[in-house]
Design a protein around this ligand. Structure first.
Ligand code: NAP
Length: 330
């Protein structure tokens, strides 16, 4: 699979990155660990060698599963993980209350103090069974810690060889500007899909101008853009999709009728909706990689084929017209 350079760095990531949130189970109604391992193995076998994870994804579960797969092939994969989203500490900025995979109540904090970052990095390295992280990203901005303190801590991890490059996640152009006074950043990981294009207004132009790569997360809008979600779809308990805007019954209907309008294109090209959606995503300006989640090898097999073709200008224009006609109920 083709790779793209991240910012000005020497790190190249595959056009599609394996998104490892769902395999952690948390906020996805649990996960089948055996299937998850097979999904990660399949992704690497099929050339999707960049993997994005985070400590919070299943409170260590996602990183541990990845560690079990990559230990014999570390030099073939690019590991993107995160820091700054803590549980079991009351420090930083309170984020939200949740439940862990065992159903215990947990309070999440955005916490990016120096000591916390150094601690988190050690924990991630242990779970991932590696001695370096390719890209280390702040998960969410913590307004209680000065950007300088956070970024200096990451710099010290780069100096010690534990981290290769620094990135951020969920950062606005303003936050990027502030953090870049202390450290060179190569990427910003942000939500982006056919039905969520908010970044196009300010963030994409800023990133293009400053050579910061965008890692587009939830390109399938957590599954709904595969076309498989119908009103009344049964989610496991604890699957947070039901509470999001896109999964409200009226919006499911609207998104599905938008997807029906794309069907002639999928039929003409003999591709699936997921493949069309992912291909559209990687063709948008500034996107270095689409982070695509999968829970099974079958989903991975389908998704990797999204790089085997290129939607042409006419097709992109047609898709964009359909997108512009979609209105969601807020
Ligand atoms: N930085 C952040 O704050 C942040 C936030 C969100 C995501 N991310 C990153 O971005 C990655 C991707 O985003 P995401 O996982 O939220 O959403 P996504 O990639 O839009 O959707 C992934 C989900 O869609 C379903 N799916 C995927 N391929 C499919 C296929 N071919 N057929 C049918 N269903 C399919 C699977 O769920 P089911 O089988 O359960 O339906 C899968 O877990 C994450 O894993 C994570 O690494 C980062």
């Amino acid at each position: 699979m083709k790779k793209n350079q991240l910012g000005n760095s020497d790190l190249h990531v595959t056009q599609l990155t394996f998104g490892a949130w769902a395999i952690g189970g948390w906020l996805w109604g649990g996960a089948d660990k055996n299937l998850a391992v097979k999904a990660v193995e399949k992704a690497i076998d099929l050339g999707m060698t960049s993997i994005d994870t985070a400590p919070a994804y299943g409170f260590g579960q996602s990183e541990e599963l990845i560690g079990s797969v990559i230990k014999s092939k570390r030099d073939k994969v690019q590991i993107l993980t995160k820091y700054g989203l803590r549980w079991n500490i009351k420090k930083g900025e309170f984020f939200f209350d949740t439940k862990d995979n065992q159903g215990n109540s947990v309070a999440m904090y955005r916490s990016s103090g120096k000591e916390s970052i150094i601690y988190e990095c050690e924990q991630s390295l242990r779970r991932l069974k590696t001695d370096y992280i390719d890209l280390y990203q702040i998960h969410w901005h913590d307004k209680t810690t000065p950007a300088r303190e956070t970024m200096e801590a990451v710099k010290s991890l780069i100096d010690s060889g534990k981290v290769r490059y620094a990135g951020v996640s969920n950062y606005s152009a303003e936050l990027l500007e502030e953090a870049r006074r202390t450290i060179s950043l190569c990427s910003d990981q942000v939500p982006y899909s056919m039905v969520n294009r908010a970044i196009e207004t300010d963030l994409v132009p800023y990133c293009l101008k400053n050579k910061i790569s965008i890692l587009a997360y939830s390109p399938l809008q957590r599954g709904i853009l595969t076309g498989k979600i119908t009103p009344g779809y049964t989610f496991n308990a604890g699957d947070s999709r039901v509470d999001t805007l896109y999964y409200q019954p009226e919006n499911i209907e609207r998104i599905n009728s938008f997807l029906s309008a794309l069907k002639p294109l999928t039929e003409k090209r003999a591709i699936t909706l997921s493949q069309l959606v992912i291909n559209w995503t990687i063709q948008q300006p500034g996107i270095a990689s689409a982070l695509v989640g999968a829970r099974s090898p079958q989903q991975v097999e389908e998704n990797v084929k999204a790089v085997d073709f290129m939607l042409d200008a006419e097709e992109l224009k047609f898709i964009n017209k359909q997108i512009s006609q979609l209105e969601l109920v807020h």
